[in-house]
Design a protein around this ligand. Structure first.
Ligand SMILES: Nc1ncnc2c1ncn2[C@@H]1O[C@H](COP(=O)(O)OP(=O)(O)OP(=O)(O)O)[C@@H](O)[C@H]1O
Length: 333
């Protein structure tokens, strides 16, 4: 079991309010990801759940039991850090088993669990090595293995992939997804990488300035963003925002349309525009445009297209993919 509930959790550092009243329910077995811009409070919130930081006020329960006054080691959680946090003088095997050893687990139990975790992570060959003799990706797998052997109620991950290069990030991301499926464990994961968030999460929590902006499945956030912040944060390149007045729409302040929901034609379309810059990504072409009617906007086309800067084109947004926002930036349903 590993459910988590946060109620009115607040945190201030001196006079600065960093977490401003968070309510959140995480179900047993869920993979929940905190995303948000730098400084929004994601890591602080994770550290509060871990007990590495005290909340200023509020309640935190794990499996229904209040843990606010429970020390980190007794909360039944295991945390994986960006920096791996391995002991350099211990072997992989001892690093993985240390937590259990300190908790007084019998030797054969430690052996058994380390063997199982290292099998899951293909670390069997490296058990006798020390961290300095491993690559970054291998070290992060050891850190994940160390969390697994503790069989925690909750796994907490703080940007675990950000020290890895692009290819290794993808591999390790797939590995974490597989582990979640196999372990059926509750995982809470902080990242600023929205590909990680979209691909791993059952549920994404979008934070801004210490406040939850929206909680939902990746596709809910993509298809039905609650406000301008979430609409602009989820999706890359970001959603285009157009003054509703410019489109003659009177019941909304802002119209949002994603770059992938606009088509381009050299012959005809709704908005005449000039290409300013074109990026060829192989699978996609991103065209940056300027239009008298709607201002600057971006279009994402599937495949290769031969548009060039200064080309005059016509853009047409998909009528059923227009998001409407009111004067407060809230989505109008
Ligand atoms: N110990 C501290 N004392 C004072 N301020 C702090 C402390 N720890 C964090 N903060 C502040 O709290 C805010 C939230 O920090 P936090 O590290 O949680 O953000 P984050 O969303 O994880 O950012 P990033 O993505 O850059 O890691 C920041 O403004 C930060 O400067």
């Amino acid at each position: 079991m590993g459910s988590l509930q946060l109620k009115s959790v607040r945190k201030s550092f001196g006079t600065v309010d960093v977490i401003k009243g968070i309510d959140l329910d995480v179900k047993d077995g869920e993979f929940v990801i905190f995303v948000g811009p730098s400084g929004c409070g994601k890591s602080t919130l994770l550290r509060i759940i871990a007990g590495l930081e005290d909340a200023t006020s509020g309640s935190i329960t794990i499996d229904g039991a209040e843990v606010v006054t429970v020390p980190p080691a007794k909360r039944g959680i295991a945390m994986v850090f960006q920096s791996y946090a391995l002991y350099p003088h211990l072997t992989v095997k001892d690093n993985m088993g240390l937590g259990l050893k300190q908790a007084g687990a019998p030797k054969d139990e430690i052996e058994k669990r380390v063997a199982k975790a290292s099998g899951m992570l293909s670390l069997e060959k490296y058990l006798a090595r020390r961290p300095a003799e491993l690559s970054g990706g291998q070290r992060q797998r050891v850190a994940i293995g160390r969390a697994i052997v503790r069989e925690p109620k909750l796994f907490l991950f703080d940007e675990p992939l950000s020290n890895l290069d692009a290819a290794l990030r993808v591999n390790t991301r797939l590995e974490i997804a597989r582990l979640h499926r196999e372990l059926k464990a509750t995982m809470i994961y902080v990242t600023h990488d929205q590909v990680e968030a979209m691909t791993l999460a059952d549920k994404i929590v979008v934070l801004d300035a210490g406040v939850i902006q929206q909680v939902g499945s990746p596709m809910e956030l993509y298809n039905r963003p609650a406000n301008l912040f979430v609409a602009g944060f989820i999706g890359s390149p970001g959603m285009n925002f157009i003054d509703a007045e410019r489109l003659g729409i009177s019941d909304a302040r802002t119209i949002g349309v994603r770059p992938e929901h606009i088509t381009l034609s050299r012959e005809s379309g709704d908005w005449q525009a000039k290409a300013v810059h074109v990026e060829h990504l192989g699978a996609d072409t991103i065209v940056y445009l300027e239009s008298e009617k709607v201002g600057a906007f971006t279009v994402r086309l599937f495949g290769e297209h031969h548009y060039q800067p200064d080309d005059v084109v016509f853009a047409t947004p998909a009528a059923d993919q227009m998001h409407r926002f009111d004067a407060n930036g809230q989505a109008i349903r």
